[in-house]
Design a protein around this ligand. Structure first.
Ligand code: NDP
Ligand code: AKG
Length: 427
């Protein structure tokens, strides 16, 4: 059977996460029974549901929720609306969530899902109806103590508000308010956490800062380039520039922009927001060939878009000395081998972008306890938690004399192994 380019890409995202897992499992001598369990996903839920479009016609949509593992707590992870969403992509992304929540020491497992659509093709009203029908179709496969979705690519606080409202409406009046934490990343005012919007980007920035600090450097004058100017790319850029770094180039799905003098983050946001997120046409930078992006001279590269962007085909071009993975799975194993052999430090996704799920955990606690946390309190707690997680990984890098991803995986997988062993199931 002929494999299309797109299918090859999706296939390799799942291969990537399995390769990373198996490498660590072998390194730490993971109990073979636990290895078997973690190699597979617990549940793969696929739902088909009808939605009436603005023109009166009915379209059938396909939605996914893959629950990888819940040894440490309820399943947790985002929902993505994108044409590349399918069961393999969701499996890979769900596994990454398991490692991420474990590494961060959160009482969660890992899940991911979404709908295979390009949301740009639908009106706001249609997106609302699609989201509500998807939630209804998922039914009790999600739940505040069972599986808690959150925003990911092309979903946001509004999407989460529709999900929470639909899910809560299926409960009896007395139970409704106890179910608000069925999703995190909600709008502030509807149970959302102050600061969850910036939590992932803040984490990307903070881990980059900590890495530089551990080398006796600051971010003042450091140059960086960002792929993706959505939630993660924007907030990471904003915090970095506020700390003295210079944004040289930005790439999204529609354009690649470059300015040797630095790109203004607020101006680029102002330009891109009303145009549904695209940076194309921004006057504060020149548009360059997308193929030039990874080879640009800079200190830090932040992939903050989709998976499998840094591969053996372009890793040799990268000039940055630090790759900070805002996206999930942006580097394939072959690409990483090239980066490491060239002395480039990779801050792995499960550490670098973990600010998002840590923020989600705070929101979940806030809802569960009927509290309202303030922005300064949230950012302080987030910074403290991220610093602790970073130091744990840094310690393992030194102790095991290994790269950052392997160190992070050793911690994450060992914690899950310990939980299984403590239950006494696998002598
Ligand atoms: N949101 C969160 O809290 C978290 C997100 N992540 C990960 O971060 C990444 C980005 O997520 P998020 O910022 O939320 O998503 P958004 O939807 O907010 O933004 C996605 C960005 O990626 C760009 N993009 C899409 N396809 C391509 C492409 N082929 N080449 C270049 N750029 C592209 C989009 O461009 P365009 O607008 O032109 O389509 C957009 O700028 C994902 O990998 C996600 O899983 C990880 C942890 C938490
Ligand atoms: O906030 C969350 O629960 C998960 C966010 C997410 O999807 C991710 O970290 O990749």
């Amino acid at each position: 059977m002929m494999i299309t380019k797109l299918e090859e890409k999706k296939q390799s995202m799942y291969d990537t996460v399995l390769n990373q897992f198996e490498k660590t499992a072998d390194l730490i001598g993971l109990n073979p029974n636990i290895k078997k369990i973690l190699s597979l996903t617990n549940n793969e839920i696929i739902v088909h549901f009808p939605v009436k479009m603005d023109n009166g016609k009915v379209e059938i949509f396909t939605g996914y929720r893959v629950q990888h593992n819940n040894a440490l707590g309820p399943y947790k992870g985002g929902l993505r609306y994108h044409p590349t969403v399918d069961v393999d992509a969701a499996k890979a992304l769900a596994m990454w969530m398991t490692w991420k929540t474990s590494l961060a020491g959160l009482p969660y497992g890992g899940a991911k899902g979404g709908i295979q659509i390009d949301p740009r093709n639908y009106s706001l009203g249609e997106l609302e109806r699609i989201t509500r029908r998807f939630t209804y179709a998922l039914g009790e496969n999600i739940g505040p103590e069972h599986d808690i979705p959150a925003p990911d690519v092309n979903t946001n606080a509004q999407t989460m508000a529709w999900i929470a409202d639909t899910y809560m409406s299926t409960k009896s009046p007395s139970e409704r308010s106890q179910n608000q934490h069925v999703v995190t990343g909600k709008p502030v005012g509807s149970g959302g956490l102050e600061g969850r919007d910036r939590a992932t980007g803040f984490g990307v920035y903070h881990t980059i800062k900590l890495l530089h600090r551990s080398r006796g450097e600051t971010l003042e004058g450091k140059t960086f380039i960002v792929q993706g100017f959505g939630n993660v790319g924007y907030w990471a850029s904003k915090f970095l520039v506020e700390d003295g770094a210079i944004l040289l180039a930005v790439q999204d799905a529609h354009a690649t922009l470059y300015n040797a003098e630095g790109i203004s983050v607020p101006h680029l946001l102002e330009h891109s927001s009303p145009r549904k997120g695209s940076i194309k046409g921004f006057e504060g930078a020149k548009e360059i060939d997308p193929d030039e992006f990874f080879g640009l001279e800079c200190d830090i590269l932040i992939p903050a878009a989709l998976g499998n962007q840094i591969t053996e085909e372009n890793a040799f071009k990268i000039k940055a000395t630090v790759v900070a993975e805002g996206a999930n799975g942006p580097t394939n194993p072959e690409g990483e081998e090239v980066l490491l052999s060239r002395g480039i430090t990779v801050i792995p996704d499960i550490l670098c972008n973990s600010g998002g799920v840590i923020g989600s955990y705070f929101e979940w606690l806030q809802n569960r306890n009927g509290e309202l946390w303030q922005m300064d309190e949230v950012l302080e707690k987030l910074e403290k938690k991220l610093t602790q997680v970073f130091k744990n990984v840094e310690g393992a890098v030194k102790e095991k004399n290994t790269d950052w991803r392997t160190a992070a995986y050793i911690i994450a997988i060992s914690r899950i192994e310990l939980a299984y062993n403590q239950r006494g199931i696998f002598p």
